[in-house]
Design a protein around this ligand. Structure first.
Ligand SMILES: [Zn+2]
Ligand SMILES: [Zn+2]
Length: 263
């Protein structure tokens, strides 16, 4: 199972015009036989139901608000804390812990959140990779202010890539193609249209059209456009879906199983 719990970039945008695709910020949940893996903790993270049976891994791409702001708001997080691991390829475990404690303490947060969750396991990414043998986990340094890492996961010979947040540039084509080679599904940062991107250079995001071009040039035809702009309405996303009907891309919507591991 692989579910998008949050597909909106930058800030939660839940209103009548975004209710179909969804307004929660990024969170993807993958459940395998060996582990429950959660990519990013935007506000969509509140919908993750922590497993009683499997170990759970929270993997963060980076620390911008929209990718961590949901962390304290999951009602099931307190189950089996000793089976919950938090990691990122961006920082070692000490810096990861310090960063999250700072963010979720006064004056940014009412209480010191991690006082109540002191037995969560902060783990270095390299150690995390060694700890789980039934899946192959890799990271890719994305082009984003302050840096961010994308991830790929191979389970049962099927590959999934998560590439939020990334400002694609032509010199990235070859290395990103290599990283995504053989993917069954790729989550692509399509926050902007090509027109919008002109005034947003350096903000760290790509366009939908760059995703299409990447798919065409690499023959990787399983792009799921996500991190939708907060301004993008359901109507606009429906119009874009119609416009690109002949391409093998789709626009991410909340609560939909991507089904690459179900057959
Ligand atoms: Zn973001
Ligand atoms: Zn970001």
């Amino acid at each position: 199972m692989i579910i998008n719990h949050g597909v909106r970039g930058s800030t939660p945008t839940c209103n009548i015009n975004t209710s179909f695709y969804g307004g929660a910020t990024p969170c993807v949940e993958i459940v395998t036989n060996e582990a429950q893996i959660i990519l990013d903790c935007g506000t969509g993270f509140s919908k993750v139901n922590f497993s009683n049976d499997l170990p759970s891994i929270i993997l963060l791409s980076h620390f911008h608000h929209d990718h961590i702001q949901g962390l304290p708001f999951n009602q099931t997080l307190s189950k089996n804390l000793n089976k919950i691991f938090i990691s990122t390829a961006l920082f070692n475990k000490d810096k990861l812990k310090k960063t999250l404690i700072t963010y979720f303490s006064p004056p940014f947060f009412p209480i010191n959140f991690f006082n109540e969750f002191s037995n969560i396991n902060f783990i270095d990414f390299k150690d995390l990779k060694k700890s789980f043998t039934n899946f192959n986990l890799e990271s890719f340094k994305l082009n984003h202010p302050g840096e961010a890492f994308g991830y790929s996961l191979i389970i049962n010979n099927k590959k999934f890539c998560y590439l939020l947040d990334n400002e694609f540039y032509d010199d990235q084509l070859s290395s990103l193609k290599d990283f995504c080679e053989g993917s069954n599904s790729i989550i692509w940062d399509g926050m902007y249209t090509e027109q919008e991107l002109k005034s947003k250079k350096g903000w760290g995001h790509s366009s939908i059209e760059q995703g299409l071009k990447f798919a065409e040039e690499t023959n990787l035809n399983n792009l799921i456009i996500s991190h939708h702009s907060p301004n993008r309405t359901d109507q606009q996303l429906n119009d874009l879906s119609k416009k690109y009907l002949n391409y093998e891309i789709e626009f991410a919507s909340e609560n939909k199983d991507l089904k690459i591991w179900t057959d």
